[in-house]
Design a binder for this molecule. Structure first.
Ligand SMILES: NC(=O)c1ccc[n+]([C@@H]2O[C@H](COP(=O)([O-])OP(=O)(O)OC[C@H]3O[C@@H](n4cnc5c(N)ncnc54)[C@H](O)[C@@H]3O)[C@@H](O)[C@H]2O)c1
Length: 363
């Protein structure tokens, strides 16, 4: 039995907590239990503790990480606090699943990597969309070479939360000290995770970052990038939190020598495919033939949602800790995304290209 602790019970943390509970109701789910939660907002932890008397609750993620009743820790606190909670867990020998981005600052990401190396404890990262059945199928298909060689990918993560809800959907996202980057780290990180998974390592980048004039937020509202993959493909990245009308437009359009793929998480249960010889795109609804779907439903086309991706992620993470297949978004993958975020920011600052093999110690 693996006892899971969740630090931070905001937007992401509640999804992780419910995912741990949901795994217990999957027919062949891993042997896990939601054992503890932490959040300084007492009204949230008190409400849960009342309904779940066995649940341990803490005001701070570090205390949860050190609790002897917790075996593995989900870190879903604001970005600047990831490192303190993660390092406390790693120093206690406990594996962590850290929300993206790994940290607000590069030095904090390095501190997490060093703590993991010292203790020999696995770090996993919350690139949850990699677990979408449609996305996971696309990754498998492209990596198997079924569509030939990737030529171009357009990666986008656009939402309008900062245009609609005020500064930045939670004040901490507007503060560089708390968040690190704005739209780039919050949304661009997801887009980059799909790019790396589909097209492999990146060789060089150029980028623009910007803020909407007159807004109080000190972090970027949108970012655009050109990326050259080491394997020869080229790509574009768009991240925006002020894209009016867009709610969850995390998507990609991939062109390869033997076909093309189109995915948009605003329509998460379908993927569009055109293979060479086809006259255009065909739309495929996801079903038990796509990765991870059968754990939820026996029938195709009934659909999974965003919260289900957290259950899939929790299951895969727990299974990896219980001796199953390695978790895909491991520390190396997370550090690659992290380094790319800093490469893009450096490119935007310099106005030129940044070679990813010349990062040096400052990412
Ligand atoms: N994977 C995704 O799709 C996704 C979605 C949303 C957020 N996130 C990530 O999750 C993290 C949290 O974002 P959010 O949107 O949930 O933020 P949020 O502001 O909604 O929630 C953060 C929670 O952490 C609590 N907290 C603050 N300090 C704490 C501490 N020391 N110990 C315990 N709890 C503490 C806050 O009280 C709050 O409830 C960020 O890293 C963010 O990038 C990921």
């Amino acid at each position: 039995m693996l006892k899971i602790g969740v630090a931070g019970l905001g937007f992401a943390g509640m999804l992780h907590a419910k995912a741990a509970a949901a795994c217990a109701w999957q027919a062949h789910g891993p042997d896990i239990r939601l054992a503890a939660v932490a959040d300084p907002r007492g009204e949230v932890t008190a409400g849960l503790a009342r309904r779940h008397p066995d649940l341990r609750s803490f005001e701070d993620g570090i205390a949860l990480a050190r609790d002897a009743e917790v075996d593995a820790v989900v870190v879903a606190v604001p970005n600047a606090q990831h490192a303190a909670v993660a390092c406390a867990a790693l120093e206690a020998g406990k594996p962590v699943l850290i929300e993206k981005p790994l940290a607000a600052q590069w030095d904090d990401a390095r501190a997490i990597a060093n703590a993991a190396a010292r203790g020999g404890v696995p770090v996993s990262a919350g690139y949850v969309f990699l677990n979408s059945p449609a996305v996971a199928w696309a990754i498998q298909t492209v990596r198997a070479g079924d569509l030939g060689v990737p030529l171009h990918i357009a990666l986008t993560h656009a939402e309008d939360y900062a245009a609609v809800q005020g500064p930045a959907h939670g004040e901490w996202r507007a503060d560089p000290a708390q968040a690190g980057f704005g739209a780039l780290g919050d949304l661009g990180a997801h887009a980059l995770s799909l790019g790396l998974a589909l097209c492999g390592p990146v060789r060089r980048v150029s980028a623009l970052m910007g803020r909407v004039p007159g807004r109080t937020s000190a972090t970027d509202d949108h970012a655009s990038a050109l990326i050259a993959f080491a394997g020869g493909a080229q790509g574009t990245v768009t991240a925006s939190r002020v894209a009016r009308g867009r709610k969850m437009h995390l998507g990609f359009e991939l062109h390869a020598t033997g076909g093309s793929l189109l995915f948009d998480h605003e329509r998460p249960n379908e993927i569009r495919v055109c293979r060479s010889g086809d006259d255009g795109f065909a739309t495929h609804l996801i079903g038990p033939g796509h990765p991870h779907y059968a754990g939820f439903l026996p029938a195709a086309g009934h659909g999974l949602g965003f919260a289900d991706l957290f259950t899939i992620q929790m299951r895969l993470w727990a299974e990896s800790l219980l001796g199953g297949a390695p978790f895909a978004a491991d520390l190396g993958f997370a550090m690659s995304v992290e380094a790319l975020l800093h490469d893009l920011a450096r490119a935007a600052g310099s106005g030129g290209w940044v070679d990813t093999d010349q990062r040096g110690s400052a990412a």
